[in-house]
Design a protein around this ligand. Structure first.
Ligand SMILES: *Cc1c(COP(=O)(O)O)cnc(C)c1O
Length: 388
């Protein structure tokens, strides 16, 4: 019988050494030794499964990866230095020149840059559908389309895509369906249950959860992961053992952290809905969310990201950021500390208004990554800043 989520996150542990340590030690070693020439031969021929070199596997990265594999209900996985290296390596491993990708327009900024500025170097092109135009998706699929790629909830507008529907479309057209599950975490949403072939995480966000290290991971079917693993072990984007050690410890508390993040986020969203200074609030588990029903179907909780539209546009958004006393202005998210951004004047400030609206970034949109401080203190800070 497979163990429950929290138990997997705690008890899927590397075998103990002769010291019988309780908590997994850090294996800072670039390579591993062999008994003799025959063992070395058999290991390199993969007749024997063991650690050879930390670019391939290391006890710490394997422990971290095995936990995510279990938590997502996948078969295999590989851990990367960053979320972006997980995303780039996954695409580079699976695609050939001339292949085509269909993606939702609302994806992480660097992922969008990869699609538009870098993959075309290898004649790999991407077509986008808008979050509210899934009906249009099938018309974008060509004979060369190989991958369907989405994030849900989206960043920063917190829209929800219907994973079961997308999974069906991918299957019908024999596409590899890939989901960036970073905003939800495997505690909240398990894309493989809805037909995803691969799930990618930036472990930098809620998986670390304390703003310390960068990391990424891809998990999914054995066959696809084998292709990705062979590509990765030869091209070198591996996660460092130290980061894997930190992140594996982080997973032990993921469930309790995400429960509390979501509880705080829902309370903040309910407060903002009543505020005179706010035009609208977007949080998946608010009844007013346009995709509330889909969110309830595929997510256990609403997550920790709340978006809202402040009255007064760009100027009001900037004033609001400057008036905050406790919450941090930072590009990260999923930290214990509450982080607030105003995309139109900061991260997306260089885009034209039209391009911003394509991804749901209105002038007054504020994104809050709700932390683990006492929620009354979070609300108090936002309330005083909204009154400026
Ligand atoms: C941050 C983020 C990434 C990139 O991860 P890094 O660890 O910063 O490379 C990818 N996808 C989403 C949704 C993210 O939030």
């Amino acid at each position: 019988m497979s163990k429950h989520f929290e138990t997997q996150a705690i008890r899927n542990q590397t075998e103990r050494t002769q010291f019988l340590e309780h908590s997994t030690p850090l294996y800072l070693t670039s390579s591993f030794v062999f008994e003799d020439a025959e063992e070395m031969r058999a290991s390199f021929a993969e007749e024997k499964q063991r650690n050879l070199y930390s670019r391939f596997t290391n006890p710490n990265t394997t422990e971290f990866t095995d936990k995510i594999v279990a938590m997502e209900g996948a078969e295999a996985g590989y851990a990367f230095a960053t979320g972006m290296s997980a995303i780039f390596t996954t695409f580079a491993a699976l695609l050939n020149a001339g292949d085509h990708v269909v993606s939702c327009r609302s994806v992480f900024g660097s992922t969008h840059s990869m699609f538009t500025n870098f993959l075309p170097k290898w004649n790999i092109t991407t077509s986008y559908f808008k979050v509210n135009e899934v009906d249009n998706l099938e018309s974008l699929i060509t004979n060369n389309t190989k991958i369907l790629y989405v994030e849900t909830p989206t960043n920063p507008a917190v829209d929800i895509l219907d994973l079961a529907l997308l999974g069906k479309i991918a299957k019908k057209h024999q596409l590899i369906f890939i989901v960036d599950n970073c905003f939800a975490t495997p505690y909240v949403q398990k894309p493989i249950q809805f037909g995803a072939d691969l799930v990618i995480h930036s472990a930098t966000k809620l998986i670390d959860g304390q703003g310390r290290v960068l990391g990424g991971v891809t998990v999914g079917s054995k066959d696809l992961m084998r292709e990705i693993y062979l590509f990765a072990r030869n091209t070198g984007p591996a996660m460092s053992p130290f980061n894997a050690w930190v992140l594996s410890k982080s997973l032990e508390t993921l469930a309790v952290r995400v429960e509390k993040h979501a509880e705080n986020a829902l309370k903040l969203a309910e407060f903002l809905e009543k505020s005179e200074a706010v035009e609208f609030v977007k949080y998946p588990f608010l009844k007013s969310h346009p995709q509330y029903k889909i969110a309830k179907k595929q997510m256990l909780l609403g997550g920790n990201i709340v978006a809202f539209e402040i009255k007064g546009g760009i100027a009001a958004g900037r004033r609001f950021l400057d008036a905050l006393k406790m919450c941090s202005l930072s590009a990260n998210l999923g930290d214990t500390r509450t982080i607030v951004t105003h995309p139109a004047s900061t991260t997306h400030g260089r885009l034209s208004e039209e391009d911003r609206l394509q991804v749901g970034i209105t002038d007054g949109l504020v994104r809050v990554s709700v932390g683990l401080e006492n929620v009354e203190d979070i609300i108090e800070d936002l309330e005083q800043a909204l009154s400026f």
